[in-house]
Design a protein around this ligand. Structure first.
Ligand code: FMN
Length: 202
């Protein structure tokens, strides 16, 4: 019996998607639709993971009051002064998702977290929703805020919302990895050239 595969998106379209899927830190005050939030969790649920153990859990934070509380417990844009790197009132994310490692399911790995994060942020970006993965977070305060039971360890937060700025990939200057804002207050994100990261083709 012949099996027909779903048509894959074109390579060019995929690469354009990945170039656009940057970190966003200022957002329109327009809620992320529930269907998009569901897709973000679904992308996490079906993500590849070591030995298919699926040790990660998620918490969706969408009520404006809770989003505001979480926003006070995360740290934005370490390379920029807070006056320009931290979203001001009216620019804050409208949704957060917490990524948690469940000690009751053995084999929790940071690689699993990374793959889940990629899927979640891809699912969001496919709907035009930008994201910022956040590792610089006040874990003790967030653990208390979420009333997390023993055994659930907060790995990171992800902020989501419709972007209120652009973000451009730029050539690295003088070896600096620091992103910066241009005259339009859009992010410029330097990436190392291929010649530097590709050691060879064997
Ligand atoms: C594991 C991880 C943790 C991060 N933590 C933070 C953070 O706490 N605050 C923040 O503003 N950005 C954070 N970022 C976003 C990075 O600064 C961003 O990915 C990097 O500058 C490159 O930009 P790009 O995502 O547009 O390529 C984090 C990204 C990753 C992958």
């Amino acid at each position: 019996m012949e099996t027909k595969l779903e048509a894959a998106p074109g390579q060019d379209a995929m690469m354009e998607f990945l170039r656009g899927k940057r970190t966003y830190r200022r957002f329109l005050q327009q809620p992320v639709p529930p269907a998009v939030a569901e897709n973000i969790v679904e992308a996490a649920r079906i993500a590849s993971c070591g030995a298919n153990r699926q040790s990660l859990k998620y918490l969706v934070v969408q009520s404006p009051a809770m989003v505001a509380k979480v926003n006070g417990l995360v740290h934005w844009a370490a390379y920029l002064p807070p006056a320009v790197g931290t979203p001001k009132p009216g620019e804050c994310p409208t949704l957060f998702v917490a990524v948690l490692q469940d000690a009751a399911v053995p084999g929790a790995s940071d690689m699993d977290v990374g793959i889940a994060l990629a899927g979640m942020t891809d699912a969001a970006w496919a709907a035009g929703v930008g994201s910022c993965i956040m590792g610089a977070i006040d874990r003790p305060a967030l653990t208390t805020l979420f009333a997390l039971p023993e055994g659930l360890r907060l790995s990171c937060m992800v902020a989501f919302g419709y972007p209120a700025h652009h973000s451009h990939l730029v050539e690295m200057q003088a070896g600096s990895v620091k992103y910066y804002l241009d005259e339009a207050s859009d992010y410029c994100v330097p990436k190392r050239p291929t010649a530097e990261i590709l050691l060879g083709v064997l």
